[in-house]
Design a protein around this ligand. Structure first.
Ligand code: ATP
Length: 772
């Protein structure tokens, strides 16, 4: 979750030589950072220099420091690891190594360095910066450099970008590579779950994370694991073994066949004794449960980056170049950080210090402090995990009031619908309510196709795509019959999960409250649509899954186009009148341009792109050029259809290149939901149940009113849940109506609008007239 907020206007445009390196453990998205830095730097008139193998290349110098051109980073977006390589460099930890590094930087005329890595990498860079004046003095005194050589480089600018699969850095909500790593873990756990079910086995899965349980916790949330051990929340040494075995045995007695336990590699008990996967296995075997251990290991480094990491890395690269251009001798070294879904610069060393404090707090058994030092999402996630994983012996309903919560899916299927339903069902049961499945939308309700869901009914729904309840695009229509059925079924709280149709239906029902008391119940909608067009949230469930499905397909298409050397693909993507998918997928796959309704499409735009292709393919005498993509939203123009555009491109190319189309269609719904959608689903659903409880005003039976038991007409009690900034909020539909373009079926707000110029900037050399 992030916003692009380029400060072009504020940054001064001094031509600079900017060195960049990747260091420490590799993580997916490092290449996207390098691509972004190189291309943004060039477009800002600077000269980027790639330093190979992290600090090793800086110390060795020579051909380990190489000026990068625009085309040097071609194809970088989709590749995992780091193509400019990484290393752990002992000599840079010593004065002699850093002296040599300073020498090599000056020799190359570089006095700005963007370092991508973990806390060690950032610390090393800051040390170099603080020693810079004394290192230069020493180099002059020993005759290695002249006064003239060092004079233009009196201070060293350092900017840090955190690349780490652990997501363990303080002062930033997310680090580059962590989400891709989570993708790999989820894929592995999903696969293991099916064999665990087949054989009725338990699996103990060890995931990375020495001092940080982020990967383990998020993997547990997104895979629906039955138990998790993380370093920040160690269980009681005296109790955990029995508690765990009792919990698993209880689940087995209830009929559960498979058990998944996730252990962070640094898991401990509250006496700081390590909890190892094999210890857990032995305990379960003693309890007569067939148990295996799987250590996921380096699979977790990630490989091909997911859409989220590509975009996060790309946008952070932009911010890093801008931070270099803004830097003065007086500003402390910044770290590019994501806070509240926006990019900000945080003091690099403060972030490193706070990061170390987590390990210190754990070592001092100050676990509360360790949790405080993690971002709020971590804590919220932990609570959500507990409330949807462990069945309470005694359900606790609000003031002894129990709700009958109807859950209905409306609209096209979207990743996360089932995960949200599972979480809602389980929290509802734990709170003493009855979760009622309404199958096949409102049509199902009218046919009385409803039934109560149990804890186990939804057990494996986290990883399931589509809609287990069945969903239709039909909005609420015959309100009288709907009201009648709600009353008949005794449903006194409603949870909608779906897209714009769900949102519209919620509005209809809330507006008809005066006429039908059956609608005077709390109602809340979880936006679930790949198009991300529902007001009240920056991200709907399913949009991340879809983005990944598009990126997967586009990578394949781009590979095919590149093999043919001179081919332009026009790829049509979903989204209705909302260009979110086209724009964000365009950024993630390195599309040349994106055609979306928000920006319009004209012959002039097509002509400009034809000119660009003619220029690029025309200049490519050796036929080394890669294939190029244009992403076209399905509704951008009735005239310039996907076929028409491809024909125009081909004809106007006059043989320099050819053009093909690809219409991705329903593939874009994705299969299994992405981890991000599963996590969002769980957090949304838990909060929705709380919302329904909060707005369920139970009437006092002694008052003998004729009103139903639950009755509310409060406008606040009909809302859409969503993410705004880093907050999860419920906004009443009465407010959201003002932010809605009903004719276009989308929100008036679109935080991603300013990303499109960046798509063009990063793929169209010459876009800003810099092409030689
Ligand atoms: P990861 O999170 O994957 O471990 P990291 O950046 O923390 O990434 P490190 O191996 O700790 O990985 O650091 C990378 C490199 O940074 C080291 O090999 C070393 O060259 C340099 N470095 C680390 N700490 C320091 C330090 N205190 N002083 C100078 N250089 C350092």
């Amino acid at each position: 979750t992030f916003k692009f907020s380029s400060n072009n206007d504020k940054a001064n445009s001094v031509k600079k030589r900017i060195g960049l390196l990747t260091s420490g453990g590799d993580s997916s998205g490092m290449n996207a950072v390098v691509r972004s830095i190189v291309r943004v730097a060039i477009s800002r008139g600077c000269e980027p220099y790639a330093i190979y193998e992290g600090y090793e290349g800086l110390v060795q110098g020579g051909n380990m420091i190489k000026k990068f051109e625009w085309s040097d980073v071609r194809g970088y977006l989709s590749v995992g690891g780091t193509l400019i390589r990484t290393a752990r460099c002992q000599s840079f930890r010593e004065h002699k190594g850093r002296l040599q590094a300073a020498h090599n930087l000056i020799k190359n005329g570089i006095d700005a360095l963007i370092v991508c890595g973990g806390d060690g990498t950032l610390t090393g860079a800051d040390t170099l910066r603080s020693e810079w004046p004394s290192l230069l003095k020493e180099l002059v005194q020993t005759g290695k450099l002249t006064e003239e050589e060092v004079a233009p480089h009196t201070y060293l600018t350092i900017v840090g970008i955190v690349c780490s699969i652990d997501n363990d850095m303080a002062l930033t909500d997310i680090t580059i590579g962590a989400v891709t790593s989570l993708h790999r873990i989820c894929e592995a756990v999903d696969s293991i779950s099916s064999t665990a079910f087949s054989h009725s086995r338990a699996f103990v899965i060890e995931v990375m994370g020495r001092h940080c349980g982020w990967l383990a916790l998020m993997a547990a949330i997104s895979s629906g694991a039955d138990y998790v051990f993380i370093p920040e929340r160690p269980p009681e040494a005296e109790k955990w073994k029995k508690e765990m075995c009792d919990t698993i045995e209880k689940q087995r007695e209830a009929g559960k066949r498979n058990t998944i336990i996730i252990v962070a590699e640094g898991a401990i008990d509250d006496n700081l004794e390590p909890i190892k996967a094999d210890d857990i296995r032995k305990l379960l075997v003693d309890a007569k449960i067939d148990t295996r251990v799987t250590t996921l290991g380096h699979i977790q480094r990630g490989g091909r980056p997911c859409a989220y990491d590509r975009n996060l890395a790309t946008l952070q690269g932009v911010e890093a170049v801008e931070a270099v251009l803004r830097a003065t001798p007086d500003t402390s070294s910044p770290m590019i950080s994501v806070r509240e879904n926006k990019f900000v610069c945080e003091p690099l060393m403060k972030a490193v210090e706070l990061t170390h404090q987590v390990a210190e707090a754990i070592a001092e058994k100050n676990f509360r402090r360790a949790m405080e030092l993690r971002d709020p999402e971590f804590n919220e996630g932990y609570e959500a995990y507990l409330s949807t994983t462990f069945m309470k012996d005694k359900a606790t309903s609000q003031g002894n009031h129990s709700l009958k919560i109807g859950i209905i899916h409306i609209g096209a299927p979207a990743g996360g619908m089932n995960a949200a339903t599972r979480a809602a069902v389980r929290v509802a049961i734990n709170h003493g309510h009855k979760p009622i499945a309404i199958h096949n939308g409102f049509a199902g309700l009218l046919q009385e196709n409803v039934h109560e869901l149990s804890w186990l009914d939804v057990d494996d729904w986290t990883s399931k795509g589509g809609s287990e309840l069945g969903t239709t695009k039909a909005e609420a229509d015959d309100l009288e019959l709907i009201a009648c059925q709600l009353q008949k079924q005794g449903i006194n709280a409603l949870l909608f999960i779906g897209g714009f149709e769900a949102y519209s239906s919620l509005i209809k029902l809330s507006k008809a409250r005066n006429k039908y008391p059956a609608f005077c119940i709390p109602m809340v909608c979880i936006p679930a649509t790949i198009s991300n067009n529902v007001p009240g949230t920056e991200f709907s469930l399913g949009s991340d899954t879809s983005l990944n499905a598009i990126v997967d397909s586009c990578d394949v298409i781009k590979q095919s186009a590149s093999a043919s050397r001179r081919r332009v693909f026009v790829v049509e993507v979903h989204g209705g009148n909302c260009g979110y998918l086209a724009v964000m997928a365009g950024l993630a796959v390195g599309a040349t341009n994106v055609y979306a309704p928000e920006y319009g499409l004209s012959l002039k735009i097509l002509q400009e792109d034809v000119n660009h292709f003619v220029r690029r393919y025309g200049a490519d005498k050796k036929r080394t050029s890669s294939g190029r993509l244009i992403l076209r939203n399905e509704s951008v123009s009735n005239t310039y259809t996907t076929d028409v555009i491809a024909n125009i491109m081909q004809t106007e190319g006059q043989g320099l290149y050819d053009s093909r189309t690809s219409i991705l269609g329903h593939i874009q719904q994705g299969g299994s939901p992405s981890p991000m959608d599963r996590i969002r689903a769980k957090t949304f659903a838990v909060k929705c149940v709380h919302f329904l409880e909060k707005h369920a005003h139970f009437s006092d039976p002694s008052e003998k009113t004729k009103l139903p038991e639950v009755y509310t007409k409060d406008p606040e009690s009909a809302a859409v849940i969503g993410i705004t900034g880093a907050q999860i909020v419920c906004t009443p539909v009465s407010k959201l109506e003002l932010e809605t373009e009903f004719d276009k079926r989308k929100s008036k707000k679109a935080w991603w609008l300013n990303v499109k110029p960046l798509v063009e900037l990063l793929s169209k050399w010459g876009y800003s007239d810099n092409e030689p």
